[in-house]
Design a protein around this ligand. Structure first.
Ligand SMILES: Nc1ncnc2c1ncn2[C@@H]1O[C@H](COP(=O)(O)OP(=O)(O)O)[C@@H](O)[C@H]1O
Ligand SMILES: [Mg+2]
Length: 236
C-alpha cells in the first residue's frame, strides 16, 4: 500500500473534488485513518478575513477531518486561474517547501492521504514546474478522473502519456457524472477503448448524483455511490 494517491483529471471541472471526496469517505468506512489534501487551491473566496476554497471544505467534510486547514491546503489563491498565473497576478510566491512539508506531516499522521491536484497534469504551478512535477515531488501514484462522454479518449490517453513520460504510476481512471438513464454509445464504449489503448485499469463510473453540490458542500450520496461503483481496493 502506498501512502496515498494523487487525484488528477483530464481537465478542470471534471469531477476531481467529487471523486476525491467520495474515495476519502469510502476508504474511511473501511476503517483506515485517512487524510485529505488540496496542496494548491485557486478561486478561493474571502470569508471572515481568510481565503476559503470550496474544494478544500468539500474534502474536509467528506471525512470530518480535523487537520489544520493550513496543512490540508497550504497554498490558497483568490483568482480562478492556473496557479502560475494567479500567483503572478496576486503578487504571491508559491512556496513549494510549505507544500512538501504539509504533505509529509499529513502522511506521517494518517495511514493514507488523498491529494486532489489542480486542473490537469500539465497545469503550470510555477515557471517550469507543472502538476506532474508536484506528483513526482510527493512521490505518489495517480488516478485520472475523466469525462464519461465524447472527447475523453484523447484527453485520457494524453494524460496517461505525460504520466508515463515522467515515470508516474497510474493506478487507474474513473469517470464521473454518468447520466443515470440513457448514456450514449461513447459513454458505454469509452472505458474499454481507453483500457485497450493504454492498459490502465478502469476503476469505475461514478454516477451523476443530482444532490451533489461542491460549492454549497452538499455531498449527496457520493460515498455510498463510490463504494458501489468504484473499485476502491485498487486505489490503496
Ligand atoms: N458524480 C457527480 N454527480 C453530480 N455532480 C457531479 C458529479 N461529478 C462532478 N459533478 C459536478 O461537476 C462539477 C465539477 O466537479 P468537481 O469535482 O468540482 O470538478 P474538479 O474538481 O475537477 O474541478 C461540480 O459542480 C460537481 O458538483
Ligand atoms: Mg476540484
Amino acid at each position: 500500500m502506498s501512502k496515498g494517491i494523487f487525484v488528477t483529471g483530464t481537465d478542470t471541472d471534471i469531477g476531481k473534488t467529487v471523486v476525491a471526496a467520495g474515495l476519502a469517505g469510502a476508504i474511511k468506512t473501511k476503517g483506515l485513518d485517512i487524510g485529505v489534501m488540496k496542496p494548491i487551491a485557486t478561486g478561493a473566496v474571502k470569508a471572515e478575513g481568510r481565503l476559503v476554497s470550496d474544494d478544500v471544505m468539500f474534502l474536509v467534510k467528506s471525512i470530518d477531518c480535523d487537520d489544520d486547514l493550513g496543512l490540508v491546503n497550504p497554498v490558497t489563491l483568490e483568482l480562478p486561474m492556473a496557479p502560475l498565473v494567479a500567483s503572478r497576478l496576486e503578487g504571491v510566491e508559491i512556496d513549494l517547501n510549505k507544500v512538501r512539508e504539509a504533505y509529509s506531516t499529513l502522511s506521517r499522521r494518517h495511514e493514507f492521504v488523498i491529494v486532489e491536484g489542480i486542473g490537469g497534469i500539465l497545469v503550470p504551478i510555477k515557471e517550469g514546474y507543472f502538476v506532474s512535477d508536484l506528483v513526482q515531488d510527493l512521490d505518489l501514484p495517480v488516478i485520472i478522473v475523466a469525462r464519461p462522454g465524447l472527447g475523453t479518449i484523447n484527453h485520457t490517453l494524453l494524460t496517461v502519456k505525460e504520466a508515463r513520460h515522467r515515470g508516474i504510476e497510474v493506478r487507474g481512471f474513473i469517470t464521473s457524472g454518468v447520466a443515470k438513464q440513457g448514456s450514449g454509445i461513447a459513454e458505454r464504449t469509452n472505458p474499454e477503448v481507453i483500457q485497450a489503448a493504454c492498459s490502465i485499469p478502469f476503476l469505475g463510473a461514478l454516477p451523476f448524483d443530482p444532490k451533489v453540490d461542491v460549492s454549497s458542500g452538499e455531498r449527496g450520496d457520493i460515498i455510498e455511490l463510490t463504494l458501489k461503483h468504484i473499485d476502491v481496493g485498487k486505489i490503496l
